[in-house]
Write a protein that binds this ligand. Sequence first.
Ligand SMILES: Cc1ncc(C[n+]2csc(CCOP(=O)(O)OP(=O)(O)O)c2C)c(N)n1
Ligand SMILES: [Mg+2]
Length: 324
Amino acid sequence: MTRENQVALYRSMKLIREFEERCLEMAIAGEIIGGIHPYIGQEAVAVGVCSNLTERDFITSTHRGHGHVLAKGADPRRMLAELLGTLEGFNKGRGGSMHAADIRLGILGANGIVGAGGAIGSGAAWAAKERGNSEVVVSFFGDGAMSQGVLLEAFNLAAIWSLPILFVCENNRYATSLKIDAGLAGSAARRAEGFGMVARTVDGMDAESVAGMAGELIARCRDGSGPAFLECSTYRFFEHHSVLEKIGVTFRDLNEVADWRKRDPIISLGRRLGDEVVAEIDAAIKKEIDAAVEFARNAASPEPKDALMHLYAGPVAVRPGVIL
Ligand SMILES: Cc1ncc(C[n+]2csc(CCOP(=O)(O)OP(=O)(O)O)c2C)c(N)n1
Ligand SMILES: [Mg+2]
């Protein structure tokens, strides 16, 4: 990988880390109502995968979605404004953390329903295939989604119809408090192979490895070879949700958490880049997130009388003469 690409990966991971650390503080302080699911620790997955996408490609995301949305190019100012429920958010504050979406960038949304993004992604991939260009879809989900019926149905249709979609399973070993051994029979990647998909596993704590492996699989999707599956071995550094951080509840062995923290993807890549480059990028990102916080805090909230506006789409022209 070129140094320029390594710098881009580092920059994008650091942006997510700084954004999420600030969000976690704001959630614990009660400023982000409803709290957040922090993505801290898993940055290499979103960044490595999305480094292979263009603005024309699509992603679907999860309840732990901030990292995916930022890695796909969303503006952190408008994203934070969304989390604060303001009119400057890209969904006018109606989406919030778990439904943040910037459709113009192909971000089809974070999603509060575990496993649902796989079905939405397969639909988008079907549409892309109909359009006949080389757009692809990436659907991110957690290990917990692997046992949701809707996701397995999406695998089936994607494989039967040979859709241009990469399914990315972020195996962080837990679904809330449920350890993977107690929640998932067999292996995620072997299950995907059962649907006839090419399936690979990768070290999800290393952005360069993720970028390389995702690049190969996305290229296959783009050239019409059908869906593929990537299982990324990763770990979240904080608790499942900010409220658990606030009240100090943990479901995990703290030695295990400490061991995974030693494999911080940002520190590892930073070491390869050197202190000077890292210090410069870190300072620039801090400024960018400071500005995002100020922007979001100054943004206006919707009027209570408008609470029900912007919740449903108006008529959509599917194609000339077809309006739903
Ligand atoms: C269909 C559905 N069932 C249950 C929940 C409650 N829930 C929210 S997050 C979560 C755990 C998901 O685990 P995983 O998919 O591994 O993602 P992670 O939180 O580890 O990123 C559960 C069970 C939900 N949101 N949707
Ligand atoms: Mg999980």
